[in-house]
Design a protein around this ligand. Structure first.
Ligand SMILES: N[C@@H](CCC(=O)N[C@@H](CS)C(=O)NCC(=O)O)C(=O)O
Length: 224
């Protein structure tokens, strides 16, 4: 699996790659991760696109985290990521919510921090591409984040309400819905020092449980 890495090759912080690291571990599938930087487009050119995660499995190439989760579920059905068709359909919603609201809420809080952890050769590309997207400098985007944190935390209310009722988004046990949200939260955890969640938030307690899954895969990941 090609996995976004920082200047330190052990620093892995992509929200999409983490979803798949958790999904692979859920299924007990071994993986070799290959550190990939924004400037390494040619290394994944074989996939016909320019983003990670990309996996290669016995001659099959799959990219896009959702497509990879689907592929893993087809190839190795148990233990299931989705718990069947209805669970999969609900996970489509969680994936869409995470990609838009969660990623969109976190990015303005940590985007300047990312510049400090990525490979120096990636900095110019990262700054110019993201500043074009936001229409502001990275510093301007991140400025005043302490004042915006409460609103971000409030935006997580739907997940908080679910986790007050049940231990996992998947119900009695973790499912790909948990991997999507926790994988996304690995991005600020690994790439920034910002304390995104309050200690007494049920989401923080649940995230702690996810970090301890699979032999502490998430907890042992390198942090900036
Ligand atoms: N929809 C894709 C998104 C993947 C994605 O955006 N990956 C980022 C890393 S987090 C990337 O490779 N970006 C390359 C670039 O911006 O040039 C997925 O779910 O895998």
């Amino acid at each position: 699996m090609y996995d976004l890495a920082g200047a330190d090759p052990d620093l892995r912080f992509s929200p999409y790659c983490w979803r798949i690291r958790f999904a692979l571990a859920h299924k007990g599938l071994p993986v070799e991760t290959i550190p990939w930087r924004f400037g390494d487009g040619d290394k994944i050119a074989f996939s016909g696109q320019g983003k990670v995660p990309v996996i290669q499995d016995a001659g099959t190439t799959v990219f896009d985290s959702w497509s990879i989760a689907d592929y893993l579920e087809e190839q190795a059905p148990m233990p299931s990521l989705f718990g069947g068709g209805i669970g999969r359909a609900h996970a489509v919603f969680i994936n869409a919510w995470a990609d838009s609201i969660l990623v969109g809420g976190i990015a303005p809080l940590i985007i300047r921090d990312l510049l400090d952890v990525i490979d120096p050769n990636d900095r110019e590309y990262f700054r110019s591409s993201r500043e074009a997207r936001f229409g502001k400098t990275l510093e301007q985007v991140q400025e005043g984040r302490a004042d915006r944190l409460a609103a971000f935390r409030a935006s997580l209310l739907p997940i908080r309400l679910v986790l007050r009722r049940q231990e996992w988004l998947g119900g009695a046990g973790p499912s790909y819905a948990d991997h999507i949200v926790a994988g996304t939260l690995m991005w600020p955890r690994c790439a920034s020092r910002l304390e995104l969640l309050e200690d007494n938030d049920p989401i923080a307690a649940w995230f702690g449980r996810v970090l301890d899954l699979y032999g502490g895969l998430g907890r042992s990941a390198m942090r900036a």
